[in-house]
Design a binder for this molecule. Structure first.
Ligand code: HEM
Length: 460
């Protein structure tokens, strides 16, 4: 291989463990410290070298060259166990065809319909909260986003028992992914209660989904088009046969649930938390929500006037991007900028690290929604928070619409008093950057009555 610049080694590697202990103990400060060593920095996680990309331009190069820097490595292998050949985990060879088939379900024209479902589900969930109630917002946020994904993927016509069972099983699956992605192989097979639950939930989800798919194929769907019905209807233009097999359909549904639940829930929690810690932000946010919604749940038509809410959500995404550390496997000898990279090398890119570079975001540790001020247009999205290139998040617009509707609606109905020390981070890094716990007490928000015409889909 040609010569080139040498990759910097992160200091402080211990024998055997390398940087694993430092990474597990305090991953965020660890990542923030890496760019000072160079644009590409080698860390060692239990003997395995991983090259962490610490420069925005090199990150873009990795993301754009997705056939060279492909999805792979232990994390993706683990995710494939449950998600099969889902869009997020499949290798680049399968990806283009799948993405082409699934993309229409995320076309902009579908969003008013999805937003209507979101508003309805948010409205129902928030109506179940009561004055003086103490709850864990992290749990509630996850329940809500899970409910929204299940409703948009499978449609709102799903039998409520099936809906609840699917959401519960998917939840067990997701918890299992995280545990399994951290456990060494042999321990994953030990029949601990957690592993048994995980295996059972995986089997049940696949069985339930196969059944639903067969039903949809035989009888069609009732009501509005949903993601599953769109995928079932997709035909292979060459053979005019169904484009996706039943197994592939199951894989896509599992993928959407996994990729679309914890991510948006985490972002919502961080936004609520950060706003609560910054009273001037909180005041401006609740003033906007009060003026625009007057106590209602937010709907699609409200979005253009919830500009500051969007800025707050964006800034929370920048401060704590849910997808925070993602790996790639190098498929052939290549170069990344001046650095020669050998086939088989594991690289990692980190939206968290990039979002905290002072050259991109001055004073990056400061929570400053004003940086997203964009008069008369949608503000940009924080760099790499949704990845990039062909593997960029397909649900980015879905997540932004959902996040703003959720944040505005929660604050429209409820005052949230966070308990001191309310936020508990998980003890080990998770797949997504989420608060593990967030305890708060609710009080009904009082609004000065103002006459409004509720846009469609806003029930309360
Ligand atoms: C705030 C919320 C979200 C964030 C921060 C986020 C972030 C990301 C990131 C960083 C990637 C790229 C992963 C990589 O490069 O390895 C990704 C991919 C993906 N996301 Fe999201 N996501 C969010 C919400 C959603 C939602 C709501 C859905 C679905 C309804 C979704 C579905 C997907 C899928 C299917 C992929 C794989 C795309 C592909 O490879 O073609 N995400 N997401």
């Amino acid at each position: 291989m040609e010569s080139g610049s040498a990759v910097a080694q992160a200091p402080g590697a211990l024998p055997v463990l390398g940087h694993l202990a430092a990474f597990l103990r305090a991953p965020l400060p660890f990542l923030r410290g890496l760019p000072s060593h160079g644009p590409l920095v080698e860390i060692r996680l239990a003997g395995k070298p991983v090259l962490v990309v610490c420069d925005p331009e090199l990150t873009r190069t990795v993301l754009v060259h997705d056939r060279v820097f492909d999805k792979g490595g232990p994390l993706f292998e683990r995710l494939r166990e449950a998600g099969g050949q889902g869009l997020a985990t499949c290798p680049s060879g399968e990806h283009r065809r799948l993405r082409r088939l699934i993309q229409p379900a995320f076309h902009h024209s579908r969003f008013p319909g999805y937003a209507r479902i979101m508003t309805q589900r948010i409205d129902t969930a928030l109506a179940g909260w009561h004055d003086g109630q103490t709850l864990d917002l992290a749990v509630e946020a996850r329940r809500l986003t899970a409910d929204i994904v299940v409703s948009t993927v499978f449609g709102t016509g799903l039998d409520p028992t099936v809906h609840t069972r699917l959401a519960t099983d998917f939840d067990t699956l997701l918890a299992g992914f995280t545990r399994h992605s951290l456990l060494p192989g042999p321990l994953r097979k030990v029949p601990t209660p957690g592993n048994v639950r995980y295996e059972r939930a995986t089997r049940r989800v696949r069985r339930e989904m196969s059944y639903l798919t067969a039903e949809y194929r035989a009888h069609g769907t009732t009501g509005e088009a949903n993601l599953l019905s769109l995928l079932i209807a997709a035909r292979d233009p060459a053979s005019d046969t169904p484009a996706l097999t039943d197994d592939e359909l199951v894989d896509q549904a599992v993928t959407m649930y996994s990729a679309g639940t914890e991510t948006t829930a985490g972002a919502l929690c961080w936004a609520l938390y950060l706003a609560a810690l910054h009273p001037p932000v909180q005041e401006r946010l609740t003033a906007e929500v009060g003026t625009v919604l007057g106590g209602r749940t937010a709907g699609w038509d409200d979005l253009p006037r919830l500009a500051y809410t969007r800025q707050v959500f964006n800034e929370a995404l920048r401060m704590y991007p849910p997808g925070w550390f993602l790996t790639r496997q190098t498929e052939k000898d290549t170069h990344l900028g001046p650095y020669p990279i050998r086939q088989g090398t594991t690289l990692a890119y980190s939206p968290y690290l990039i979002s905290h570079l002072p050259g991109l975001y001055p004073d990056p540790e400061r929570f400053a929604p004003d940086r997203w001020e964009a008069a008369g247009r949608e503000p940009d999205v924080p760099s790499t928070v949704f990845g990039g290139g062909a593997r960029k998040c397909i649900g980015d617009e879905f997540a932004l619409v959902e996040g703003v509707l959720l944040l505005a609606s929660v604050l429209s109905h409820w005052e949230i008093e966070l308990h001191p020390g309310s936020l508990g981070l998980p003890r080990l890094p998770q797949l997504t950057l989420n608060p593990g716990r967030m305890t708060a007490t609710l009080a009904t928000r009082r609004h000065h009555p103002r006459p409004t015409t509720a846009p469609h889909g806003t029930a309360r």
